[in-house]
Design a binder for this molecule. Structure first.
Ligand code: AKB
Length: 314
């Protein structure tokens, strides 16, 4: 059967690359991307609609026009910006999700993807190898909205049989599109600054460990989850997945192996430190491995090399 795919919030770090992967897999003519603003680059044949996910009428029109079989909802405000604008974060992350969930039920959409985050964990969650199920007490508006979203998608799956699938993304490292407004963003900015100025002032302290994932693995994992047979999915909230866990110091040492003159310094008193301190430093992902064969390929050395090679020629 021919797919009709809609991605909402497609211009961000993940959307940019996930949309490209979906176009390659399903055909450019079968993937409609949308965002609140036009993308900067626009390839021939790509279909784009300017949509605010909070605009109910515009969303209804989008669904009626394209009659989607699959929907990817990526529009969200991330952790650091969410702390600056908590009410806006709640509204975008929750009202946006509910708007899309209700339309997906109404239009009998076959499969839906919505990303959660390691931000669903909080200060009382285990710090190391954080389990799929454990104490979850997020203390950021972003984390609270993601945890509420997880409860909602499981509810919609049970009550309306909506086949919605989700991953708790850790920090995502990539070179094609920059992240914005997150706490894990340092792990991307560091590469730009290392290549441009040979130095980087990190907003997190040197020993702040966080779970991370290279974009290639994130995209492959997302497509794999969306392809998995329904019966194999034991989690209907959101799956823990991880690639590698490292600290700013570990990453700086790896960069120095390729750029020996690179210098990292650390700033004090950045509000993002408290967010990072409330999150796990590593997470456990055996359920994703068992249910749908999750298996990351990039370790710290490989991702560092790939980032530097690609950014040098960008
Ligand atoms: C953030 O830092 O807010 C995001 C995330 C971990 O969800 N990258």
């Amino acid at each position: 059967m021919k797919e009709s795919i809609i991605m909402i919030g497609a211009n961000g770090q993940i959307g940019t690359e996930l949309a490209a992967a979906l176009r390659k897999k399903f055909g450019t003519e079968n993937v409609v991307t949308s965002d609140i603003r036009q993308p900067q680059v626009f390839a021939e044949g790509e279909i784009f609609e300017t949509i605010n996910v909070l605009d109910q009428d515009a969303l209804v029109a989008l669904f009626e026009k394209y009659k989607p079989t699959q929907v990817y909802l990526l529009a969200a405000m991330l952790s650091a910006t969410g702390e600056q604008y908590p009410m806006k974060a709640w509204d975008l992350n929750m009202t946006g999700l509910l708007n899309v969930l209700n339309l997906c039920v109404e239009h009998k959409v076959q499969k839906v993807f919505w990303p959660s985050s390691i931000a669903v964990f909080g200060p009382n969650s285990p710090k190391e190898n954080t389990d799929q199920y454990c104490v979850m007490d997020p203390n950021t508006m972003y984390g609270i909205s993601k945890l509420a979203g997880e409860r909602l998608i499981e509810y919609y799956n049970g009550k309306y049989k909506l086949d919605i699938r989700s991953i708790r993304y850790p920090g995502i490292i990539s070179w094609k599109a920059q992240p914005g407004g997150g706490t894990t963003d340092y792990a991307v900015h560091i590469f730009y600054e290392a290549l441009k100025n040979n130095r980087y002032e990190c907003f997190l302290s040197e020993n702040t460990g966080l779970p991370m994932l290279y974009m290639d693995d994130a995209i492959e994992g997302t497509l794999q989850l969306m392809d998995a047979p329904k019966e194999s999915l034991s989690i209907r909230s959101s799956y823990n997945i991880t690639g590698i866990s490292f600290t700013p110091k570990d990453l700086a040492l790896e960069i120095k192996k390729i750029l020996p003159n690179f210098v990292i310094t650390y700033s004090d008193n950045d509000p993002r430190q408290a967010i990072a301190d409330s999150w796990p430093s590593s997470i456990e992902d055996s359920t994703a491995r068992n249910d749908w064969g999750w298996q990351p390929r990039f370790d710290l050395a490989k991702l560092t090399q790939d980032m530097i090679e690609n950014l040098k020629t960008k």
